[in-house]
Design a protein around this ligand. Structure first.
Ligand SMILES: *[C@@H]1O[C@H](CO)[C@@H](O)[C@H](O)[C@H]1NC(C)=O
Ligand SMILES: *[C@@H]1O[C@H](CO)[C@@H](O)[C@H](O)[C@H]1NC(C)=O
Ligand SMILES: *[C@@H]1O[C@H](CO)[C@@H](O)[C@H](O)[C@H]1NC(C)=O
Length: 363
């Protein structure tokens, strides 16, 4: 049961700062009518929320893109009730745009003509993300300490987090998710202008394809544990082929150009229980547009993705992309999982990200 009293207690335990005063408006972008026998239906539109602090002191806004099973609520406040990352950036003077990916949350999914959907169980969320240390399904799980509460069903913070989870386009519908994310995201940037993208997990590929479509409108990308590694899907162990274009399931611009994913030659770098890592074999192609955009990748110490991200970084650098990879454990920030931006030290991690973003603005 949801228990507001205990939640208040948790918020008091974790020293909190006040929320930032801002204005808020929303818009839907990128929809189109689909004709059916019984009339026309709007599809593919993306919900976008615009938060603006009283004093804007940074020239470029941030666009925050959540991952699988999530919506824009990820960034608003933490499940224990503290101000979230959106608020952190508002307090620093950034305008913030928060989306619900097309067909997710407040962006409608149509059962007749949209792709299949899936949901993640409470047990799976606890094992992978909020309480991996209790299950020890992967080696670094035991380092996880930063989730507030015990991270399992029945704990009020977990329950608040899990209640915010929604169904998402399933693993057979990644092309649809990325195609619609690219379309709506491109139109958003056409409207709001040059921006900085901040993506998480399955939102990672959405950020890559938006930047590939609108390179002149993306100043920089912060990718928090983006989907990876190249060409392979992994859960606790490698599962099977995925992302035939390396970072994505839909084409990116390569140099020299490709006509199909088969033009990308794969070379196995390593293969162990945690990850199967491929890079390109010769002739190595460059990511023609992404190489013009600085990228920060952030990986936490105890995340299920910790073993995977270095391979994604390796692939990107080989393809000419300038990636600064921050491994939080290496900079003294210990014990985080995949949902680091909701954990006890969420502001500490936001500060690392903000410092990098502010530096990109000046270049
Ligand atoms: C987590 O805390 C809840 C609420 O106190 C409790 O019901 C549950 O048994 C705890 N789970 C574990 C694994 O400790
Ligand atoms: C994806 O499609 C395959 C083949 O049709 C099917 O076996 C599998 O269950 C589907 N996956 C999901 C998540 O629906
Ligand atoms: C990686 O190792 C696993 C387990 O030994 C094996 O099943 C798989 O085929 C290997 N993958 C590649 C690409 O060699």
């Amino acid at each position: 049961m949801f228990c507001p009293l205990t939640l208040l207690l948790y918020a008091a335990v974790v020293a909190s700062r006040p929320f930032t005063i801002h204005t808020r408006e929303y818009v839907y972008i990128g929809g189109q009518y689909i004709k059916q026998a019984d009339g026309a239906f709007s599809d593919s539109q993306m919900y976008v929320e615009h938060l603006r602090p009283v004093r804007v002191s940074h020239p470029l806004p941030l666009v925050l893109i959540h991952g699988q099973g999530q919506t824009g609520t990820n960034w608003l406040n933490t499940p224990d009730g503290r101000p979230g990352w959106a608020d952190f950036f508002l307090a620093k003077g950034y305008e913030v745009y928060i989306v619900d990916q097309p067909e997710r949350g407040r962006s409608p999914w149509n059962p007749v003509f949209d792709g299949g959907i899936q949901a993640v169980s409470a047990l799976l969320a606890a094992q992978r993300h909020t309480a991996p240390e209790l299950f020890n399904l992967y080696p670094q799980a035991r380092f996880h300490t930063q989730w507030i509460g015990n991270g399992t069903q029945g704990d009020p913070v977990f329950d608040a987090f899990y209640a915010s989870q929604v169904q998402s386009l399933d693993s057979n519908s990644t092309v649809e998710a990325q195609t619609k994310g690219r379309h709506a995201g491109s139109l958003l940037l056409d409207t709001i202008g040059k921006s900085i993208l901040v993506t998480h997990s399955q939102g990672g590929p959405i950020g890559w394809v938006i930047a590939d479509a609108r390179p002149s409108l993306v100043k920089a990308i912060v990718a928090i544990e983006p989907s990876g590694p190249p060409f392979v899907s992994t859960d606790i162990q490698p599962v099977g082929p995925a992302r035939p274009f390396g970072l994505t399931d839909i084409p990116l611009e390569f140099d020299p150009p490709i006509t199909s994913a088969a033009d990308l030659r794969q070379r196995l770098v390593s293969n162990d229980s945690a990850t199967t890592c491929f890079e390109q074999a010769a002739p190595v192609r460059q990511l023609a547009t992404l190489r013009r955009i600085p990228v920060m990748m952030v990986t936490s110490e105890a995340s299920i993705r910790a073993a995977v991200d270095p391979c994604t970084v390796r692939f990107m650098r080989q393809a000419g992309v300038s990636v600064q990879h921050i491994v939080l454990g290496d900079v003294g920030i210990r014990g985080n999982g995949h949902f680091m931006f909701m954990e006890r030290n969420s502001d500490e991690i936001a500060a690392v990200v903000e410092e990098w973003i502010a530096r990109q603005e000046r270049c």
